[in-house]
Design a binder for this molecule. Structure first.
Ligand code: ZN
Length: 453
């Protein structure tokens, strides 16, 4: 069967992520973009269909580089609403230990649905909880991703350093190194797709220096190298973590990272806030990426990441909404707005343009996930895109359509395409009963808390 060729004609506005003039739209053939059409021109490719995009602002599908989907069940939980990271974690670990496969399925669906409706087409998840009965957690998530037709980098997280050994998490939530590494290898073999257009990829993601042993950090890096998958962890989120590393390892966080074989372009780090100038230079030279999570960093009062300096040093910068217990939403277009404003506080308005912030959430995030086929709307790239209308009251009177998405606060895409297939049409996800999802998900959230007592 010949793939359909569609011209998204004359968009109201377009941000492609590179310098090409695409004022007259894009041509999509099958799963890929095959042409950008400059102002006043018509496609050179013969087209089967024309989609009139004159009401739409088109951007590359947004890419989320850090999340904990399961946390959608513990949003705005009263005891930790105003806590900072370590007490926040300690308050929540016990609740999370009761997670069931059904909970994780609903939480993953809710997080991905919220992301998708906000214009996200690819999402990374960092799942590190495998209590008894939830050993197949990542398998559950793979099913949900496939059902929704999105792309995901699902990371097999881990915690191995419990309270008994000087770590932060309770002993009931940790696993031993052998179990972690064997399951990591199993998941890569079962699900990791390689090459352009991959929908499901597996990464390896020890939770943080304060929740896994040095042995697990080092052996995970070796396994990732051998099987050629990506590495992810939390690093330099708070000064508490910095103190932990100094006390336990007598090293600063980046020194510790290097000592366990992680300072490379295979790694992307969540948060990356508390780096000094020399550390930024080292991360940049190594090509280690950072997932900037602006809302979470403000919510937990963790600090302001040095995103512009990291990027200029050569470290790819992507965006992440982070887990829904520290945001507490999963809306990626709103996250771009938050990053724009937070980074302006550090670097000034002129340095942090809407295009720069959108670039973090698209091309920057793609680099963080090691995806050269995503993040830019250009010939040969995957046809992953989000389209927003400016019909709401909030946009009335706006002039620059791309800037308006961020400055006026766009929150919901009208259409989203993943690999040439429409996944959101008229603001609704194809094949998903959203009301039913909300009912089941909120019930599961109540039950989880009730079991905690
Ligand atoms: Zn996180």
């Amino acid at each position: 069967m010949t793939p359909t060729t569609t011209w998204l004609k004359q968009p109201l506005g377009i941000f492609t992520g590179d310098d090409a003039d695409a004022s007259a739209g894009l041509v999509i053939r099958g799963a890929e973009v095959v042409e950008v059409v400059p102002r006043g021109s018509e496609p050179t490719h013969p087209v089967d269909e024309v989609f009139d995009a004159s009401r739409h602002v088109v951007i590359p599908g947004l890419i989320n580089t850090h999340h904990h989907f399961y946390q959608t069940l513990t949003r705005a939980w009263t005891p930790v609403v105003s806590a900072e990271l370590f007490p926040w974690l300690k308050g929540l670990y016990g609740v999370w230990a009761g997670l069931t496969p059904r909970d994780l399925e609903l939480a993953t669906t809710a997080a991905l649905a919220e992301l998708l409706l906000s214009g996200c087409t690819t999402a990374a998840d960092h799942h590190y909880l495998f209590p008894d009965g939830l050993e197949q957690g990542i398998d559950v998530q793979v099913d949900v991703v496939r059902r929704l037709g999105m792309r995901a980098t699902l990371t097999r997280g881990s915690m191995s350093l419990g309270e008994d050994d000087g770590g932060l998490p309770p002993q009931t939530t940790v696993q031993d190194a052998e179990t972690i590494l064997a399951d990591s290898e199993r998941l890569i073999g079962a699900y990791h797709e390689r090459g352009d257009g991959a929908f499901v990829q597996i990464g390896l993601a020890p939770c943080s220096p304060f929740s896994v042993t040095t042995e697990v950090m080092r052996e995970t890096a070796q396994l990732a190298e051998r099987l050629d998958v990506r590495l992810h962890t939390h690093l330099a989120e708070t000064l508490d973590e910095e103190d932990f590393c100094r006390e336990r390892f007598a090293l600063r966080t980046v020194d510790y990272l290097e000592s366990v074989g992680w300072l490379s372009d295979r790694s992307w780090l969540a948060h990356g806030i508390h780096f000094d100038d020399a550390e930024i230079a080292r991360l940049g030279a190594a090509g280690t990426a950072v997932a900037h999570c602006a809302t979470s960093n403000m919510r937990l009062a963790s600090g302001i990441a040095r995103a512009v300096e990291l990027e200029e040093a050569g470290a790819p910068v992507g965006l992440g909404v982070d887990g829904s217990a520290s945001n507490d939403g999963s809306n990626l277009i709103q996250e771009v707005r938050q990053a724009l404003y937070l980074q302006r506080l550090r670097y000034g308005a002129a340095s942090v343009t809407p295009e720069r912030a959108l670039g973090w959430a698209t091309a920057g995030s793609a680099r963080a996930l090691g995806r050269s086929d995503l993040g830019v709307l250009a010939p040969g790239k995957q046809a992953d895109l989000a389209m927003f209308t400016l019909d709401d009251l909030r946009f009335s009177g706006s002039h620059d359509p791309v800037a308006a998405l961020l400055l006026c606060g766009a929150e919901r895409a009208d259409r989203v395409m993943v690999g040439g297939r429409w996944r959101v049409v008229d603001g609704a996800i194809e094949g998903l009963d959203l009301e039913q999802l909300i009912a089941h998900h909120s019930e599961a959230a109540s039950d989880l808390l009730a079991r905690h007592g």
